[in-house]
Design a protein around this ligand. Structure first.
Ligand code: RB5
Length: 145
């Protein structure tokens, strides 16, 4: 199950991503917004809580730029959120960073690219090995600040 959420800027892109990836068998827990104006940190927290609790394996967050969502998501303990706008980043943030949330900008990307980036993100496994040590060091920073 994938948690997904957006603010008012990301509603159409979120619908497009859900439609495209549902065809490939992914299931989504849609935390809103369905269109009402809202504050992106509120939506980021809802999606991240589902990822941290283990109820959802990963999360996708969409706002105008993706920046506010990524800032908010990375404040949640246990979340490694990556703002992605290209396929290399979507792939390598899984391979090397074990990112568990991907953020995208609805005002900077087209819906076709967004769906493709989401698919790459959701189908790429963490490489582990030396990258686990680096991810652990990120967690150390989180735990010691
Ligand atoms: C909303 O207008 C906009 O500020 C928001 O979607 C996002 O881009 C913030 O980072």
């Amino acid at each position: 199950m994938i948690a997904i959420g957006c603010d008012h800027a990301g509603v159409e892109m979120k619908k497009a991503v859900i439609a495209a990836l549902s065809e490939n068998g992914f299931e989504f827990k849609d935390m809103g917004t369905d269109g009402e104006p809202c504050d992106y940190p509120v939506m980021a927290k809802k999606v991240c809580d589902l990822v941290v609790s283990g109820e959802c394996e990963k999360g996708i967050l969409i706002c105008g730029t993706g920046i506010g969502m990524s800032m908010a998501a990375n404040k949640v303990k246990g979340i490694r959120a990556a703002l992605c706008a290209d396929s290399f980043s979507a792939k390598y943030t899984r391979l090397h960073n074990d990112a568990n949330v991907m953020c995208m900008g609805a005002r900077t990307l087209g819906v076709g690219l967004a769906s493709e980036l989401a698919e790459i993100f959701l189908t790429t496994d963490f490489e582990g090995g030396r990258h686990q040590r680096r991810v652990d060091l990120i967690t150390d920073i989180e735990n010691n600040n």
